[in-house]
Design a binder for this molecule. Structure first.
Ligand SMILES: C[S@@+](CC[C@H](N)C(=O)[O-])C[C@H]1O[C@@H](n2cnc3c(N)ncnc32)[C@H](O)[C@@H]1O
Length: 180
């Protein structure tokens, strides 16, 4: 005899006054949309979560070998190569981890951040559909992006900058004539 069907738990928005999930049919096509407007530089909310032992498609990298699972609707923030929000997790104090508006954002706009600003080598890579002028094409993590391309995004977390410069130094030691 088959198990009786139970209804899935109803969606309970984590920050209804700030943003809401826009559920969309199809694999991973949902997004998070602003529930009000934000000014450039404005702190949108705190980034909270719990540490996990290995990275997945939904974790965020907070250090060279540390990853955490988001505890809110922020898990629905998609990637853009020209992002409108910043995930700032550079502080050693987790209380200071915040999502900030990278520019003015109007109500209803999808909130998107640049995934390589937190991720070095992503668990699941994908072809970007952001359709911006500066699109990097395949989103794999900062390991596969040049320092110039990273710095062009304006904000990259400290652990990623450290990893990128270490990789660059190692590459230049192997090939001193290489221009990155
Ligand atoms: C943490 S989830 C973000 C929420 C996701 N869209 C969903 O519906 O659950 C990350 C996944 O969303 C998709 N995604 C995010 N940004 C994307 C982009 N710019 N282009 C294509 N797929 C994207 C990818 O499948 C990625 O692995």
């Amino acid at each position: 005899m088959s198990e009786p069907k139970t209804d899935p738990a109803p969606y309970n928005p984590s920050h209804p006054d700030l943003f809401k999930v826009h559920f969309q049919e199809g694999d991973y096509s949902s997004s998070l949309r602003a529930a009000r407007s934000f000014k450039a530089g404005e702190n949108i909310c705190h980034i909270g979560g719990y540490p996990v032992t290995s990275k997945t498609w939904r974790t965020v990298q907070s250090g060279i070998e540390s990853h955490f699972e988001l505890d809110s609707d922020l898990v629905y923030v998609n990637h853009s190569c020209e992002p409108n929000v910043i995930f700032d997790i550079s502080s050693e104090n987790k209380e200071d981890w915040n999502v900030r508006a990278a520019r003015d954002i109007s109500e209803g706009t999808p909130l998107e951040y640049f995934y390589p600003s937190t991720e070095w080598d992503m668990d699941r890579k994908f072809i970007c559909n952001c359709k911006t002028k500066t699109c990097i094409g395949k989103v794999e993590g900062a390991r596969y992006v040049t320092i110039k391309e990273l710095e062009a995004r304006g904000f990259i977390n400290r652990h990623i900058i450290g990893l990128a410069y270490s990789q660059d130094a190692m590459d230049n030691t192997r090939d001193p004539l290489r221009i990155r």
